[in-house]
Design a protein around this ligand. Structure first.
Ligand SMILES: Nc1nc2c(c(=O)[nH]1)N[C@@H](CN(C=O)c1ccc(C(=O)N[C@@H](CCC(=O)O)C(=O)O)cc1)CN2
Length: 297
């Protein structure tokens, strides 16, 4: 029987551990602070930022939300980041992606103080991750490692196939899979839009991570018997529902489930872990900046 991986349950367990860390910091007079910056009218981005704020509130993390109209010049965003870099109450800064086309994404990521870069996207933090000395692991791939560990999915010696090479998921996921530590030691293949014979590669995966951004691109025919399938996609497709859309992953769930030994659903799979690991990084940032040790989950 196929195991349906319950992301909400795993995220709740991690968040309980994070709440204890917040108490430890509070006992020493430190409240972790996360600044979220939204420069977009996109509904999904607004939803994700609200979810982040709500989770902060639940865990006792102070959230500072900033909205910048998408037609403002890039300098408005840079000035805001500079102010947040200088604010001692803010331990972590997150600029919700994507930013508008006229704002250069790399310049945004490089503007954030790497000590406060709780997304782990600044080149200094990317370099640390690649070197095997991560400070802040990017939230989604780190969450996927937590999901695999929670369901005893062994990565050591496994064939891991990552479909997608984004800076947010694909690249850091592949880097974590090849590290010489728990959750790593996998023989890792990264596939993308120019990959030839994609199905041949995906069928070979013991652990298949789909992060393509293309709704239901990976179907059962592309999944090997007994694989663990991790679906990162959260795509809104038009549907006759109250909201006018439904959420589907990058994996065609029903056909992939027939082949997989374990699979994440959408929603309720990887998504909740993205938020939980952001809280983790924020508390880690507060701990590093205050010098107060915490026992992270
Ligand atoms: N600065 C960043 N921007 C973006 C990131 C990121 O990690 N940092 N990741 C994605 C979006 N994302 C977080 O920002 C995100 C996506 C999905 C979820 C989630 O919990 N999804 C739910 C469904 C939610 C819904 O109803 O729409 C689920 O899958 O169960 C959380 C965070 C791009 N931008």
């Amino acid at each position: 029987m196929t195991t349906i991986i319950d992301g909400n349950e795993v995220a709740d367990g991690i968040q309980d551990g994070i709440a204890s860390c917040v108490e430890t910091l509070a006992d020493e007079g430190v409240t972790p602070g996360l600044a979220t910056v939204l420069m977009s009218d996109d509904d999904a981005s607004e939803t994700y930022v609200s979810m982040k704020q709500r989770t902060c509130e639940e865990l006792g993390i102070e959230s500072y939300h900033h909205e910048i109209a998408p037609d403002e010049p890039a300098s408005t965003l840079f000035d805001r980041i500079d102010a947040l870099n200088d604010d001692p109450a803010v331990h972590g800064i997150l600029v919700q992606m994507p930013v508008p086309d006229h704002v250069e994404k790399r310049a945004v990521l490089e503007r954030i103080d790497p000590a406060k870069d709780v997304d782990g996207f600044h080149p200094e933090n990317v370099g640390r991750l690649v070197a095997g000395n991560a400070r802040y692991k990017p939230c989604t791939p780190h969450g996927i490692q937590k999901l695999l560990a929670a369901y005893d999915v062994e990565t050591e010696g496994a064939d891991a196939v990552v479909v997608g090479r984004s800076d947010i998921v694909g690249k850091p996921m592949a880097n974590l899979f090849i590290q010489r530590d728990a959750g790593g030691n996998a023989t890792t293949t990264v596939c993308h839009s120019r990959t030839k014979n994609l199905a041949e590669k995906t069928r070979n995966a013991d652990v298949l991570v789909a992060a393509t951004g293309v709704p239901e691109m990976i179907d059962g025919e592309m999944v090997g018997e007994g694989a663990t399938v991790i679906d990162v996609g959260v795509n809104r497709v038009e549907a006759d529902t109250e909201k006018g859309y439904e959420l589907v992953g990058d994996v065609e769930f029903e056909s992939a489930k027939e082949k997989a030994s374990a699979i994440t659903p959408v929603p309720g799979g990887v998504g909740p872990l993205t938020i939980a690991m952001l809280m983790y990084n924020t508390v880690k940032a507060a701990s590093l900046q205050s010098g107060i040790a915490v026992d992270l989950p």
